[in-house]
Design a protein around this ligand. Structure first.
Ligand code: NAI
Length: 338
């Protein structure tokens, strides 16, 4: 049984190798992302294992099918990068890791909120340069302010719990509201419009689908409170980056914490420091002192990496040894998880 992993980093290899022996699979680690051009690399694989920035579109899946690949194992929760209909047509099942550490992502969103609000990222550089002035570092109390959370699934819930601990009010929007949860946690489901109007901080925790691509556009930003802090640890394409840049320039957006970016595949997870940045939008985002861009790292804790390796290997084992599709992703999953 040969498992071929694409888009891997040394830390992926370490976490998978730690448990490989208990499964006995042959593992091949590719640094490059899977896409239609490098499908031939998957020659001989029974399973291809991919992450968030691999492109598993119809052409790629056709190629995998011709090579005899029998399973696509996502080592992540989101599956917006996989053409599920093409996979179904080719008879290749898709499995995923539905939750590796919701706490990791929730805690990271809080880290971004605190850094941006209290300007920790700026103070860090300032004091190292002997500048102990507080000019421009003024923040606000989170206590008593309102957080607007879009999507109230596995990640949003620990986040909401932490924010409530700060004494914040929480309003939320979800296409499948869970009223029992809202009552128990003491939060209020509102329309997206009302969330935009009331929230001092907005954090996105819904999956990316065809319906919500660029949900944060000019019109949405125009309805938000001036000075709002916007956090995106969901998916880059939830935000229309051009609209965000305009919102930042007009000071409608007070600060943005972006762990994901529309065109992240070309940069994220790579050291590109010896190249000229050819993405003007990314370069502009990085020029704002009230924007923090990080490289899709919200998940990146020891616990999450261990869970990713464990659940991925078990998914593969279940399919080949027990003929069982554990954590299967299908078109209906979108309706259930989305
Ligand atoms: P989940 O499936 O537990 O919860 C998603 C929630 O969003 C559900 O309650 C669903 O009903 C709701 N939803 C779906 N479409 C919506 C829409 N258009 N508007 C409002 N709500 C909507 O997912 P989970 O585990 O909480 O993850 C959320 C997203 O976070 C993932 O889909 C993934 O894109 C992203 N993620 C990012 C990571 C990172 O490292 N930055 C790591 C893991 C996940």
């Amino acid at each position: 049984m040969k498992v071929m992993l694409f888009g891997t980093q040394p830390y992926d290899q370490l976490s998978f190798e730690r448990i490989r022996k208990s499964y006995g699979f042959e593992m091949v680690y590719h640094r490059s992302h899977l896409n239609a051009k490098n499908v031939p690399l998957a020659q001989g694989a029974d399973t291809v294992c991919v992450f968030v920035n691999d492109t598993v579109d119809a052409e790629t899946i056709r190629g995998l099918s011709e090579l005899g690949v029998r399973l696509i194992a996502l080592r992540c929760a989101g599956f917006n990068n996989v053409d599920l209909q093409a996979a179904a047509r080719c008879g290749i099942p898709v499995v995923r890791v539905p939750a590796y550490s919701p706490h990791a992502v929730a805690e990271y969103a809080v880290a971004m909120i605190l850094s941006l609000n209290r300007k920790i990222h700026r103070a860090y550089w300032r004091t190292r340069d002997g500048n102990f002035s507080l000019h421009g570092l003024l923040g606000f109390d989170l206590y008593g302010k309102t957080a607007g959370i879009v999507g109230t699934g596995k990640i949003a819930r620990p986040l909401i719990h932490i924010l409530k601990g700060f004494g914040m009010q929480v309003v939320a929007y979800d296409i499948y509201p869970d009223n029992r949860y809202a009552l128990a946690e003491g939060i209020e489901y509102v329309t997206l419009d009302e969330l935009y109007q009331r929230a001092d901080i907005i954090s996105l925790h819904c999956p990316l689908t065809d319906r919500n691509r660029h949900m944060i556009d000019d019109a949405a930003i125009g309805r938000m409170k001036p000075g709002v802090i916007l956090i995106n640890t969901g998916r880059g394409q939830l935000i229309d980056t051009a609209a965000l840049i305009e919102g930042l320039k007009e000071k409608q957006i007070g600060a943005a914490g972006l762990d994901v970016y529309e065109e992240e595949a070309a940069y994220f997870y790579e050291d590109t420091s010896d190249r000229i940045m050819d993405d003007d939008m990314l370069a502009r985002l990085l020029s704002f002192n009230n924007v923090i861009v990080t490289s899709h790292q919200a998940f990146f804790t020891r616990e999450a990496l261990d869970n990713i390796a464990q659940v991925t290997m078990q998914n593969i084992h279940d399919f080949f040894e027990l003929n069982k599709l554990t954590n299967k992703v299908c078109i209906e999953t979108e309706k259930a998880t989305v």
